[in-house]
Design a protein around this ligand. Structure first.
Ligand code: COA
Length: 414
């Protein structure tokens, strides 16, 4: 018996509506946000010993964006999310799930996804951060598509959002030249129209965990190597560039080929590959080993550097802007990075039936209202909690001690 289908037939969305499982998960909205501050290679050469010529020749990067003091992973993610909802013409209350792929959340918890959920007023959505470094966005889109196909959700927001500048060791010229800040987001929706996410190949090789990392809370021995005493710095990225370079060129070719096979198409049928933007030379080598034209790869690394989980959705937004993706095209995503992790995916871009038109005036007003209500709700809840705790503090201490004693007697094992 196919229990998956039976279960799915009885599924309800998070809003409680009974629903039939959708066969297809389509990307129907997209948006990006990058900080205004531009840091050029010349700016970096004022900090560490390097040059514009060296960085451009070895990486293809000319400049990157750096978050201001008032910007964070979640604030950039919020802007990208609002733009994606606008394109999809989806209301925050329609979201069932928010997944934020990031390695640079403000907190271990609350997640950046939860912050974004509350700022949007997406009160019917679950939210969590996904940690798969630069592969995170592809992992997230796969999770979203699977949740949609299971019948438990209909509308999912997936983000890649990062403030890499906050985890850079600005004395380490082999890493700080590479990374930048930004966010991208997509909205996926259930549909009966054939296409959308067709395949996904997710992989990990934790034996390469020491090649690329950010020591964080609880970081100590990994396979006998003490993270902090081996020269790595708490909260700062370390990387073995040469080894990561070799790993990346190898996995791009293998996993793209597998994702195409799984989708039942030839790689030659793919119109555009939107890869993680790590190094222009990595893409050059990957194109050579796949025997495809380098122009099949969408690149914008020259302007943003490596924005980790945000790089694929940002490149996707720019590819759409440039008219490089048309209805029914097969496109592929490929991500790779810390973990080590890597992931490829083939998507058949929405046909006109699933591609949104221009957002309705009413829905635009309703989204703005949702954002304002969310801010008031947050302020009200915080105020009422702080008034509540002030009252507790004002209650006589003796009375509180008596109540605690009484409770301890009643529930001795609490
Ligand atoms: N400016 C000038 N010189 C630099 C430099 C910099 N920013 N960084 C390193 N160098 C020097 C090195 O010290 C070395 O000097 P030496 O020969 O005197 O020892 C020389 O340049 C070559 O270093 P090497 O590390 O071999 O350079 P490379 O060609 O491998 O380029 C990276 C270094 C980091 C650009 C490259 O390895 C890379 O991009 N790796 C992949 C990183 C990546 O994509 N990470 C994210 C994955 S998600």
């Amino acid at each position: 018996m196919d229990t998956t289908n039976t279960a799915a037939q009885h599924a309800r969305t998070t809003t409680g509506a009974r629903m039939t499982p959708a066969q297809y998960a389509h990307i129907v909205g997209w948006g990006m946000a990058v900080p205004e501050t531009v840091m050029t290679n010349d700016d970096i050469s004022a900090i560490v010993e390097t040059s514009d010529e060296w960085i451009q020749a070895r990486t293809g990067i000319r400049e990157r964006r750096i978050a201001s003091a008032s910007e964070s992973t979640a604030t950039l993610g919020l802007k990208a999310a609002q733009r994606a909802l606008e394109v999809a013409d989806v209301l925050p209350a329609e979201l069932d799930l928010i997944i934020c792929a990031t390695s640079t959340p403000e907190h271990i918890f609350p997640s950046a996804a939860s912050l974004i959920q509350s700022w949007l007023g997406a009160n019917n959505a679950g939210a969590f951060d996904l940690s798969a470094a630069c592969s995170g966005f592809v992992y997230g889109v796969h999770m979203a598509a699977q949740a949609i196909r299971s019948g438990s959700t209909r509308t999912v927001l997936v983000l890649g959002a990062e403030t890499m500048s906050r985890v850079m060791d600005w004395n380490d010229r082999s890493t700080c030249i590479l990374f930048g800040d930004g966010a991208g987001a997509v909205v996926l929706k259930a549909s009966d129209v054939e296409g959308g996410v067709l395949s996904a190949v997710l992989r990990s090789d934790g034996t390469g965990g020491d090649l690329l990392g950010i020591p964080s809370v609880g970081s100590h021995d990994i396979d006998g190597v003490t993270e902090i005493s081996n020269g790595h710095k708490f909260g700062k990225m370390h990387m073995n560039g040469g080894e990561v370079f070799k790993f990346a060129t190898r996995v791009i070719a293998d996993s793209l080929t597998q994702a195409a096979q799984q989708a039942g198409i030839a790689l030659a049928d793919v119109k555009l590959i939107v890869p993680h933007q790590a190094n222009a030379r990595i893409l050059h080598s990957a194109a050579r080993s796949l025997k495809i034209s380098e122009s099949l790869f969408m690149t914008n690394i020259d302007r943003y550097g490596n924005t980790s989980a945000a790089s694929i959705p940002i490149a996707l937004c720019e590819a759409i802007q440039q008219g490089r993706i048309q209805a029914n095209d097969y496109i592929a995503f490929v991500g790779f990075g810390g973990g080590l992790t890597w992931a490829s995916m083939v998507v058949q871009w929405g046909s006109p039936e699933v591609t949104p038109g221009s957002p309705s005036f009413i829905n635009r007003q309703r989204r703005q209202l949702s954002y304002r209500l969310a801010a008031w709700r947050r302020a009200l809840l915080r105020a009422s909690r702080s008034i509540g705790s002030s009252f507790i503090r004002l209650r006589p201490t003796q009375g509180r001690m008596d109540r605690l004693k009484h409770k301890a007697e009643r529930y001795p094992f609490d």
